[in-house]
Write a protein that binds this ligand. Structure first.
Ligand SMILES: [Zn+2]
Length: 277
C-alpha cells in the first residue's frame, strides 16, 4: 500500500554502500522507520530529501516489515543554514533526539511536527536566544506527549499567585509555601524549585498559549537561566533521558550562556536551602 505524508528526518544512518535507514517524524503516522534504497549516492534524487533535518514530502510503501520503504521523496525545506553553525546544529540534533524519544502518537503528530518546524525555523533565524528556544521546545513537546505540568495554581489551595510558589518537577505540580512548609513535600531530599513570578509566567505562557503566540515573549538574565534549568530538569526526569546531543550542545555553548550551576542543584542533589530567591 502506498501512502503520502510529510515528515522531518530526525536521524539517518548509512546501510551498506548506497542505502539509508531513516527515522522520520511524519504528520500522519508519528515517528516511523523508513528504508531508503540508493539514497546515499549524491546523484540520487532521494539524497537531499533524506538527509538529517530535511523536511520532505514522502511517498511510502508499507509491506510486512516493521519499517516503511521509501518510494519517492521531494525536499520541501533543508534548514541548510543550521549546518553552518555547530552550536545550533547540536541543539537541532537535541530537538530531533527528544522528538524521537517522546515519539508522539499519530493523532498528536502534526501538532508535534509543527512545533519542531517552527522551533528549527526560529533557531535558524537567530531572533530568540537558543536557550529560550530550547526551554520552549522542551516544555511544549513534553506537554504534547502527555507530560503537561499542572501550572494553574498551588495544587493544595488552588491560588494562582502565592508567596513562595515552588515547582515539583517529579509530580509536575506547584505548591505554595504556606501549604507546603512543614510537610513531607518540603523535605530537603525532595526536588523543589522556587519559581520567581517572571519564570512562572513564562512557563504558563509556553504551556497554555496558542501555538502562534507561544514564542512571543521575552526573558533574560537569571530568569532565563532559571527557566532553562527547570525545563531541562523536567525533561530529563520524565524521559529518563540520556541525550548525547544535549551533552554536545552544552559542551559547545559559549561560557557566557552557560547556566550558573552554583545556584541550581543537579538532579538528585539535596535542595539548596538558600536557593529561594
Ligand atoms: Zn497553597
Amino acid at each position: 500500500m502506498l501512502a503520502k505524508t510529510k515528515g522531518m528526518i530526525l536521524k539517518q544512518r548509512g546501510i551498506g554502500e548506497n542505502d539509508r535507514m531513516l527515522t522520520v517524524l511524519t504528520s500522519d503516522f508519528g515517528v516511523i522507520e523508513v528504508s531508503a534504497k540508493r539514497a546515499k549516492s549524491t546523484k540520487s534524487p532521494l539524497s537531499a530529501a533524506t538527509q538529517l533535518l530535511a523536511y520532505s514530502e514522502l511517498c511510502l510503501f508499507k509491506g510486512r516489515q516493521s519499517y516503511y520503504i521509501l518510494d519517492s521523496a521531494e525536499c520541501i525545506h533543508t534548514f541548510y543554514p543550521l549546518r553552518l553553525d555547530v552550536v545550533k546544529l547540536a541543539l537541532a540534533g537535541y530537538f530531533c533526539e527528544l522528538s524521537k524519544t517522546l515519539s508522539p502518537s499519530a493523532d498528536t503528530a502534526w501538532e508535534f511536527l509543527r512545533l519542531l518546524l517552527n522551533t528549527l525555523y526560529l533557531l535558524q533565524e537567530g531572533r530568540l536566544p537558543d536557550d529560550l528556544l530550547k526551554a520552549i521546545f522542551e516544555l511544549r513537546a513534553l506537554s504534547a506527549a502527555g507530560f503537561m505540568p499542572n501550572l494553574v495554581g498551588c495544587s493544595e489551595c488552588g491560588r494562582f499567585e502565592a508567596e513562595g510558589l515552588c515547582f515539583f518537577p517529579l509530580d509536575g505540580i506547584l505548591i505554595c509555601e504556606s501549604c507546603g512548609a512543614g510537610t513531607p513535600m518540603w523535605r530537603e531530599d525532595v526536588l523543589r524549585i522556587p519559581l520567581p513570578p517572571p519564570v512562572l509566567s513564562a512557563m504558563r505562557h509556553i504551556i497554555f498559549s496558542e501555538p502562534e503566540r507561544m514564542f512571543r515573549f521575552q526573558l533574560t538574565g537569571n530568569s532565563l537561566s532559571r527557566l532553562c534549568w527547570v525545563a531541562q530538569q523536567y525533561t530529563l526526569l520524565h524521559t529518563e533521558g540520556n541525550f548525547k546531543s544535549l551533552e554536545v550542545y552544552q559542551s559547545m555553548k559559549l561560557p557566557a550562556s552557560t547556566d550558573r550551576k552554583e545556584n541550581f542543584p543537579e538532579l538528585g542533589e539535596k535542595q539548596n536551602k538558600n536557593d529561594d530567591t
